[in-house]
Design a protein around this ligand. Structure first.
Ligand SMILES: Cc1cc2nc3c(=O)[nH]c(=O)nc-3n(C[C@H](O)[C@H](O)[C@H](O)COP(=O)(O)OP(=O)(O)OC[C@H]3O[C@@H](n4cnc5c(N)ncnc54)[C@H](O)[C@@H]3O)c2cc1C
Length: 393
């Protein structure tokens, strides 16, 4: 392959890379996106796809809200289908976390999120089939929903192509190239590509790539599972909202075909560190059983649910459960965006805009990525949420 030149090379065809490619192409930048397998082959294609705004610090709430406005009108704003469905979301806590939940709701409302506090009785009005005996209260986001990782990333990639970007699948970046403290491009298994700016959006592989140019980024790949349950026939005729259950540390989201997708929100999940190129992509029977028990406790009518085919995917977990996003110090033109720690899908739309700002030096996106800079780890200025015991941010 002959050498190719661009303004910006993006490594990785997940939601972060494809959204960035789209935004940069919109701004007239010559973009080459390199994906080693296929679009959405990483965490994006395995995502639970929950799109909530329930975060506990202002920056991430603003990012989620900004992105929601794109998700719910994806075809008009971006073009194409992201599989968006509005379902609403309930975030349930026990008495212990009630004050924290109320504080978060107040912060979310200040930022502009449509969210209400519900006591246990009011939770039953939204979802009469829930067992609320151990629920102290809940946040209810009527505007929350779900989208499809593969559809969304492919739509972003298609729109980027329409706008002139080159999107190459089956091309593995083997090295980032530099000269005199500057980025010059990348080497791949199919030749070299040059650009003054390289965006490392390689998700669970991102830290390995950054290490090849001397950065020790505290992000580790770990395995996370999703159980799929067939709702008993006719049990939930209008489906159910997304349920993020802090009481039991798990989540449940509705899927088309009367399915429910169920996963864990316990921080201990990060201990399942794996080689991202060789891990078990199936769901364990023990996990199915555990999730079935938690599901039945919260939704007793799911006791008769049938277990379907689940899967396992990768999180890229950082030391503070927040991403690294920004220019890497001492190497001009090298931008990293990975380490989403299991909650990066919903942020895809805004991340594309933030990366486009970083790559071009413009400031079109209202949200500043400064809190996510790599240097925060050395400075001890970690990004903290209220839910320190959970992976929810
Ligand atoms: C089971 C599960 C459930 C989740 N649930 C949710 C949820 O409900 N809501 C939510 O918001 N988030 C959720 N997430 C997290 C979310 O899916 C991820 O944070 C997000 O999709 C990450 O996108 P990304 O583009 O940063 O990385 P990825 O999607 O991992 O993309 C990285 C890409 O880089 C490519 N790549 C790697 N190395 C190279 C190389 N050397 N050369 C070329 N290409 C390379 C990979 O093949 C991959 O396609 C979940 C994740 C999992 C696994």
């Amino acid at each position: 392959m002959t050498e190719q030149t661009a303004d910006v090379i993006i490594i990785g065809g997940g939601i972060s890379g494809t959204s960035a490619a789209y935004q940069l192409a919109r701004r007239g930048q010559k973009v080459i996106l390199l994906e080693k397998r296929f679009i959405a082959a990483g965490g994006t294609g395995r995502t639970g796809g929950i799109i909530r705004q329930h975060y506990s610090n202002e920056t991430t709430i603003r990012m989620a809200l900004h992105s929601l406005k794109v998700w719910r009108d994806f075809d008009a704003v971006v073009g194409g289908d992201a599989g968006w469905r509005r379902t609403g979301a309930l975030v349930t806590v026990d008495q212990r976390d009630l004050e924290g939940l109320k504080a978060n709701i107040a912060l979310q409302r200040q930022v502009g999120v449509q969210v209400d506090f519900l006591d246990a009785a009011a939770v039953r009005e939204v979802a009469p089939y829930l067992n609320v005996e151990d629920v102290g209260g809940a946040a209810y986001e009527p505007e929350a929903g779900c989208a499809d990782g593969s559809m969304a990333a492919n739509s972003f990639a298609a729109r980027a192509r329409d706008l002139g970007a080159t999107v190459l699948q089956g091309v593995t970046v083997t090295a980032v190239t530099t000269a005199h403290g500057r980025i010059t491009g990348v080497e791949t298994d199919q030749g070299s590509f040059s650009a003054p700016v390289v965006v490392n959006a390689a998700g669970p592989w991102g830290a390995r790539l950054a290490a090849t140019v001397g950065f020790d980024v505290p992000v580790e790949p770990s395995r996370h599972q999703i159980s799929v349950f067939h709702q008993p026939a006719g049990a939930l005729p209008t489906g159910h909202p997304v349920i993020l259950d802090f009481v039991q540390g798990f989540y449940l989201r509705p899927e088309t075909g009367a399915l429910s997708l169920v996963g864990s929100i316990e921080a201990s999940e990060a201990a399942n560190q794996v080689d991202p190129d060789a891990f078990d992509e199936h769901v364990d029977m023990d996990f199915n059983l555990d999730m079935a028990n938690r599901t039945e406790h919260r939704l007793p009518l799911m006791g008769a649910a049938r277990v379907g085919k689940g899967w396992a995917g990768l999180y890229d977990v950082s030391r503070d459960w927040h991403p690294v996003m920004g220019h890497m110090p001492g190497l001009e033109g090298f931008i990293c965006v990975f380490g989403w720690s299991g909650s990066g899908f919903k942020m895809g739309p805004v991340v594309g805009e933030m990366i486009a700002d970083l790559a071009t030096g413009e400031r079109r996106c209202p949200i500043d990525p400064h809190p996510f800079r790599f240097e925060r780890f050395a400075e001890g200025d970690l990004v903290r949420g209220q839910y320190a015991y959970s992976i929810i941010g």
